[in-house]
Design a binder for this molecule. Sequence first.
Ligand SMILES: [Zn+2]
Length: 76
Amino acid sequence: MNGKKELKLFEPYEVGDLVVFLTGEDSANVIDADCRWELQTTTTGCNCCTYRFRSRLDKDFKCRHMKALLEVLKAY
Ligand SMILES: [Zn+2]
């Protein structure tokens, strides 16, 4: 009972123009308005094009899907 809201799996959480469905403690399916498929996002990686490209140059890169997931995990 620390006043935090309970985080539920497979419930849609809206973060900006993204919708995050948690699938585990540090993973989610993310729906992007610009994207045709659900992204598999974790706190350490994402299968979107932006992450795949940018992470080759910067291994600490976080795409907006990862940031959205971190936001949801932090907020609850
Ligand atoms: Zn991404």
